[in-house]
Ligand binder design. Structure first.
Ligand code: NAP
Ligand code: GDD
Length: 323
């Protein structure tokens, strides 16, 4: 039985990845840090909360990581833990860097020193590209120009992952994933904020959604599809980095169109207001990925399209709120 260690097990991707690996007969270990109000709702939502072996540790605490690596002796390590909200990274740049940048380095070092045969996956991000692509399309060769403390911290972790592969021969890959969403997406991210808000408006529980920049465009996919790509990257002969995306981009206005229309509201203007608090000091205007390499080498492609994704999320929020 293969053993996988997932950091970020309580997050969106951690839960979907754990479900995928359990279905492939892995023994799944999830790293849990000490916080006051522990929340396993994502694992419960997917019906796998009883199936994970929880191990104590924090990405900022190297001793705990060494201990976990020595105890678990994993075949595969998926480093998904992060301060993952871009907006917060301007308010808390040091915490963001401690976790995302130095935390990844500590984990890489623990593996290199104590269990170097483990294959390592790093959760890198399309945020690293910033607005650098003149045609607005990004692939593995697009230059990086990070536009937030979050993106900078992730770029450090990305290059450390590459460096540990090149310097020490570790099987270390960096998956450059574009935005991916699901019914268990955190409510601070714009997709879920909108689907939750639309469901509340439909049920008479709210009358407004406050948003920032409605003109931003993203290449949104389904988290359930994207975790499969993570697993595939670690099953290859050679460690390599891949862009994972749908190749299609949509604005927040289109997201609002689909979400409101799904509950029978055509004119959403009166329910949406602009609040400058949700605008960012530096914006990433458009992301559209090109997934040719993943299609060719991993034989991966997304299954859920944008409209299906938004409707799935609205339906899930309606169901949850009705309960
Ligand atoms: P998420 O829902 O925000 O989950 C983040 C996870 O990290 C949580 O389980 C959290 O645990 C854990 N964590 C945070 N700080 C930690 C620490 N110091 N030690 C141990 N665990 C810690 O994120 P996600 O959407 O699943 O994303 C997974 C990863 O992919 C992240 O690294 C993100 O930056 C990256 N990524 C995401 C996307 C996307 O669109 N979703 C795209 C590209 C890259 P607690 O429960 O303790 O808070
Ligand atoms: N969160 C949020 N809230 N975003 C808003 C709002 C709002 O009220 N109004 C407009 N937006 C815009 C943001 O300015 C941004 O341009 C876009 O909506 C998407 O914001 P988020 O959903 O917060 O995601 P993100 O693109 O910043 O970051 C996500 O994707 C990255 C991959 O590209 C996160 O999951 C990151 O962790 C991930 O790396």
């Amino acid at each position: 039985m293969k053993k996988a260690l997932i950091t970020g097990i309580t997050g969106q991707d951690g839960a979907y990845l754990a479900k995928l690996l359990l279905g492939k007969d892995y023994k799944v270990y999830g790293l849990i840090r000490r916080i006051v109000n522990r929340d396993f709702s994502n694992l419960e939502y997917l019906g796998i909360d009883k199936d994970i072996e929880l191990v104590d540790g924090d990405l900022t605490d190297e001793a705990s990581l060494i201990n976990v690596i020595k105890t678990v002796k994993p075949d595969e390590v998926y480093n998904l833990a992060a301060q993952s909200f871009v907006g917060t990274s301007w308010d808390q740049p040091l915490v963001t860097s401690e976790i995302n940048a130095l935390g990844t380095l500590k984990l890489l070092n623990a593996i290199k020193t104590h269990w170097p045969t483990a294959k390592f996956y790093q959760a890198a991000t399309s945020e690293m590209f910033g607005n650098s692509a003149t045609d607005g399309i990004q692939n593995e060769n697009t230059p990086f120009h990070p536009r937030s403390p979050y993106a900078i911290s992730k770029l450090f972790a990305h290059w450390m992952t590459v460096n540990y592969k090149e310097s020490f021969g570790m099987f270390a890959v960096s998956g450059i994933l574009f935005n991916h969403e699901s019914p268990i997406r955190g409510k601070e991210f714009v997709t879920r904020k909108i689907t939750d808000g639309v469901a509340k408006i439909k049920l008479g529980l709210a009358d407004e959604i406050k948003l920032g920049n409605l003109d931003a465009k993203r290449d949104w996919g389904f988290a359930g599809d994207y975790v499969e790509a993570m697993w595939l990257m670690l099953q290859q002969e050679e460690a390599d980095n891949y862009v994972i995306c749908t190749g299609k981009t949509h604005s927040i206005r289109e997201l609002l169109d689909v979400a409101f229309q799904h509950v029978g509201i055509k004119d959403w203007d009166k329910y949406v207001s602009i609040d400058p608090r949700f605008k960012r000091p530096a914006e990433l205007h458009i992301l559209t990925g090109k997934n040719d390499k993943a299609k060719e080498k991993l034989n991966w492609q997304p299954k859920v399209d944008f409209e299906e994704l938004v409707k799935m999320m609205v339906d899930a929020d309606l169901k949850r709120l009705k309960k």
